[in-house]
Write a protein that binds this ligand. Structure first.
Ligand SMILES: Cc1cc2nc3c(=O)[nH]c(=O)nc-3n(C[C@H](O)[C@H](O)[C@H](O)COP(=O)(O)O)c2cc1C
Length: 378
């Protein structure tokens, strides 16, 4: 049984936000409390990495220098306490959990459950029989670890997250990168034009923190249960253009869900990268599946929660597949963009696999939560 993740799955999101991080993440914060924070920021990215890094200890991502192009994607790092700890543990590319233009409640507890695919490999495919029939979900966290997360992308009010995001950025070491993630909110009664504007406002609020690059999430079910913004590439394209007009030369990255067919993937790139509005793709987000308990009943309580996003080991093959197809399009020479590979990464082999499929950088969410030594082991 795996224990002591940085996010305590037995507590609510609010308790984690207030009291976290936990486990080894909390210990590294305590150990450094006595030190001068500015000395520490200078040291981070160097002595505390515990790894040799690439090409003499550094790599470049979108023009930013990092010791290792590896870190934690949007999700597990709820605020600057979490990002501070992650940087100290050698995760050099840390994404601050997705924020919105307004405070937004979290889905009811529980928000995380362990998942047990029946396949011999432990992998699931987006359109498989199992994701429709129901995957067993419980509290037995075992390796290879797959989980489901159902948060509904909660956000603090900008008055709270803006100063905290600024702190998170300031605390990154000299060869580390804090990536802010945002998304638009589809509030009741909003027109599509309002929805587009909400993305632009969110990007503007993030820019006010001094962000040097931004990530826009298009792949959480913010369009209603089971429906994602990235299911509509033309709307993604329209939003990206408006956001890019707001942020100017600052690189825009978009987070995508797994897109199974090449025609849609190509179309997504045509209307984003092809229009010059997007400089990097982050892929993949979770894969939606029906979750059941040991009696075959709905595992997560409440309406609209029959399905939830699966991540960790179960989606490794899908993440690698998406990255290699993105790289194939890039190799044809049509477009120039960077790729962050995400999905099921839990070891140095997985990291190398993603790099060999074309990822310029790699991030691990699920595995990093339970394995604080992951970055140092690469
Ligand atoms: C606890 C948790 C919260 C997440 N929240 C977000 C989020 O706010 N925004 C987002 O774009 N992705 C979010 N994700 C998805 C991850 O960024 C990632 O795409 C997904 O978990 C696959 O990576 P993994 O297999 O390494 O977990 C979350 C994932 C986890 C585990």
């Amino acid at each position: 049984m795996l224990e002591n993740p940085c996010y305590d799955v037995k507590l609510t999101y609010e308790e984690n936000y207030r009291r976290g991080p936990f486990g080894r993440f909390a210990e590294v914060l305590e150990q450094s409390e006595a030190k001068n924070p500015s000395d520490e920021a200078a040291q981070r990215g160097e002595a505390e990495q515990g790894h040799a890094g690439e090409q003499g200890g550094q790599a470049s991502f979108l023009g930013f220098t990092v010791s290792k192009p590896f870190g934690i994607p949007a999700g597990p790092l709820l605020n600057s306490h979490f990002t501070d700890a992650a940087f100290r543990l050698g995760f050099d590319m840390c994404t601050y959990k997705t924020v919105r233009t307004r405070a937004w409640d979290c889905n009811p507890f529980p928000n995380i459950l362990a998942i047990h695919p029946k396949t011999s490999t432990g992998f699931i495919a987006a359109d498989s029989h199992e994701t429709e029939e129901g995957l067993l979900a419980d509290t037995d966290y075992q390796e290879p670890l797959s989980i489901s997360n159902s948060f509904g992308v909660p956000s603090q009010d900008p008055d709270v997250w803006q100063p905290d995001m600024q702190l998170a950025m300031q605390h990154a070491g000299s060869r580390q990168l804090l990536i802010p993630s945002f998304q638009g909110s589809r509030a009741t009664g909003m027109s599509t034009a309002d929805y587009v504007r909400d993305h632009v406002t969110a990007a503007k609020l993030v820019m006010e923190t001094g962000a040097k690059l931004v990530e826009m999430n298009t792949s959480c079910p913010n369009e209603g249960p089971g429906s994602l913004l990235c299911d509509n590439p033309d709307l993604v394209g329209e939003i990206c253009e408006s956001v890019k007009n707001e942020i100017g030369d600052i690189p825009l990255m978009i987070k995508l869900a797994y897109i199974p067919d090449d025609v849609t993937l190509q179309h997504m790139l045509d209307v984003t990268v092809g229009h010059g509005s997007v400089q990097a793709i982050v892929a993949i987000n979770t894969i939606s599946a029906r979750l059941v308990d040991s009696h075959g009943k709905q595992a997560l309580p409440g309406e609209g929660r029959e399905r939830s996003g699966v991540c960790g080991h179960a989606i490794l093959r899908s993440g690698l597949d998406m990255v290699s197809r993105l790289d194939a399009i890039r190799e044809r020479g049509e477009y120039d963009f960077s790729i962050i590979g995400v999905g099921g990464v839990a070891s140095a082999d997985d990291y190398r696999n993603y790099r060999s499929q074309g990822a310029d950088a790699v991030q691990a969410a699920t595995a990093s939560m339970w394995n604080p030594g992951l970055a140092a082991s690469l």
